[in-house]
Design a binder for this molecule. Structure first.
Ligand code: GDG
Length: 468
């Protein structure tokens, strides 16, 4: 986390940082609660701790108590959400309406007014809690598409706090966004903020166009929009990972030993191809598997020499579209293994579970080729983690053009995942790439990732907020 301590902090005990996100950064343990791991949490927790701030969010359990929890030196304020509200606000409006729409409508969205009503109620509950617990003059930083009405609701109650909002997922072009029956309400909700942050410049541009068209906001300067005596800064702040942490974990002796164990267990193939994703239909897992299967069918790859490891992390398992996606992926894997596996040696090694990070990092290092092929992705941290973990300076990243990461990682093999032939050709190109080409590409990507740490990302957003 270089960068955080080099200049005066944009937040301080006089102007503490209050965070709001759908989920609190905690998980239940035998003795109570512990903070959950992850680069974002590790980057933000020290800033909250040092500024004596707090965090507002849902515990992950329905109808949980809203009594404050104190963990690792910070105050956590749980928002109680009922099972019915989870169905409507979270699984319904956030994940069945907004998620597909914001990811290029690659699945149809459901538009149900009872889901919208629950979204409004839960957003108001977040804003009320923030209004109650935020110290005078606090910096309030709201995260993601679950909470787009919170900026407006909070501004109605507290004009003394600075309000920032960051979108972890894409913000769609106007032609898609305007399908949403509650489009103007969402735009007005967001315009309650002082700073609106997006992963990519095009997300910021899409928002400005929607704010102009749907709410009559005017663009008064390059990154400033104005509505009803209030000016909002709109910018892009590409998120990153804790690069030092990944490099450190990837360089250890234990990791090197695990890498050679993995190769042996996989039957010492010439090339290990790897996919690591939440099992989400936006991630393009099925297309990638089909491309690999077709290459085996056509003899362009050979299951004895080339194996694919696919880690799929369970996610949103109660949502029907996710259940369907899982069935489809498992069927494709079954068919490919049925045709190409040998006894004891599947062509595709598939794990449907969340691995501990100590197991994930050796896999990244063992992966000669990383396949990151979403149809649309706000950023995609897996791509950056793979690059950071390749301290050996080798490895090839096949990366979808439709990820935020493609803006920074132009030395990856960039591919259009909708184009089956292009996807197959990119995989073959990665397999055949000579080390004289692989190494300079990886070096350029490692420089790009090392130049922007998650701490720098947090700092740049908070600097913008402090200047608002
Ligand atoms: C959203 C946006 C944006 C995955 N499997 C395991 C595991 N993971 C970790 C990875 C990575 C994270 O999960 C996934 O992050 P992504 O960025 O790839 O994707 P989303 O979950 O969709 O995240 C995305 C992000 O927010 C941040 O703004 O980049 O665009 O959609 O960190 O390492 N971790 C462990 N075991 C696993 O099996 N330990």
């Amino acid at each position: 986390m270089s960068g955080i301590n080099e200049q005066p902090p944009p937040v301080s005990p006089e102007r503490p940082l209050v965070l709001a996100a759908n989920r609190l950064p905690i998980r239940r343990t035998e003795d109570g609660w512990a903070t959950s791991p992850g680069g974002l949490v590790r980057a933000l927790l020290p800033i909250v701790q040092e500024s004596k701030g707090s965090w507002v969010g849902w515990t992950g359990e329905a109808d949980s108590s809203s009594e404050m929890i104190h963990v690792d030196g910070i105050d956590l304020h749980p928002i109680s959400i009922s099972d019915r509200e989870l169905e409507r606000y979270y699984e319904g409006f956030a994940n069945d309406t907004l998620w597909p729409l914001y990811h290029d409508a690659i699945r149809d969205s459901g538009y149900r007014s009872e889901d919208w009503d629950a979204y409004v109620d839960v957003n108001r509950r977040f804003a009320d809690r923030l209004a109650e617990i935020s110290p005078p003059g606090a910096n309030v930083w709201i995260h993601d598409y679950h909470l787009q009405l919170v900026p407006m609701f909070l501004r109605e109650r507290r004009q003394d706090v600075r309000i920032g909002w960051f979108n972890h997922i894409p913000f769609p072009p106007l032609e898609l966004f305007q399908r949403l029956p509650w489009r103007a309400e969402i735009i007005r909700g967001l315009l309650g903020a002082d700073v609106l942050g997006f992963q990519r410049a095009r997300g910021a541009r899409n928002f400005v166009a929607a704010a102009h068209q749907l709410a009559g906001a005017t663009e008064v300067a390059d990154d400033l929009v104005h509505l009803d005596d209030h000016t909002v800064q709109v910018g892009h702040f590409p998120i990153s990972i804790d690069v030092d942490e990944f490099e450190l974990l990837a360089s250890g002796r234990a990791t090197r030993q695990r890498v050679s164990q993995i190769r042996t267990r996989l039957g010492d193939p010439e090339v290990i191809l790897l996919g690591v994703d939440r099992l989400d239909y936006t991630k393009g897992i099925g297309s990638r598997l089909r491309a690999f299967g077709q290459l085996l069918d056509d003899g362009r790859l050979d299951a004895e020499r080339h194996v694919l490891v696919q880690i799929a992390t369970p996610t949103r398992e109660r949502v029907e579209l996710y259940q369907e996606e899982r069935r489809e992926i498992e069927q494709i894997i079954g068919e490919i293994n049925g045709r190409h596996a040998r006894l004891g040696f599947p062509a595709i090694h598939y794990l449907y579970r969340m691995l501990p990070v100590e197991d994930l990092i050796p896999l990244y290092r063992a992966g000669d080729i990383m396949l990151v092929t979403p149809f649309r992705d706000g950023m995609n941290l897996v791509a950056k983690e793979y690059v950071a973990a390749h301290v050996d300076g080798d490895g090839v990243l096949v990366l979808s053009e439709f990820t935020g990461a493609a803006d920074e990682l132009s030395d990856a093999l960039l591919v259009n995942p909708h184009d089956e032939q292009a996807l197959q050709d990119a995989i073959v190109q990665a397999v055949e790439m000579h080390r004289h080409e692989r190494r300079p590409r990886m070096e350029a990507m490692r420089t790009a990732v090392a130049d922007a740490n998650v701490g720098d990302w947090a700092r740049s957003f908070l600097d913008a907020l402090a200047g608002a």
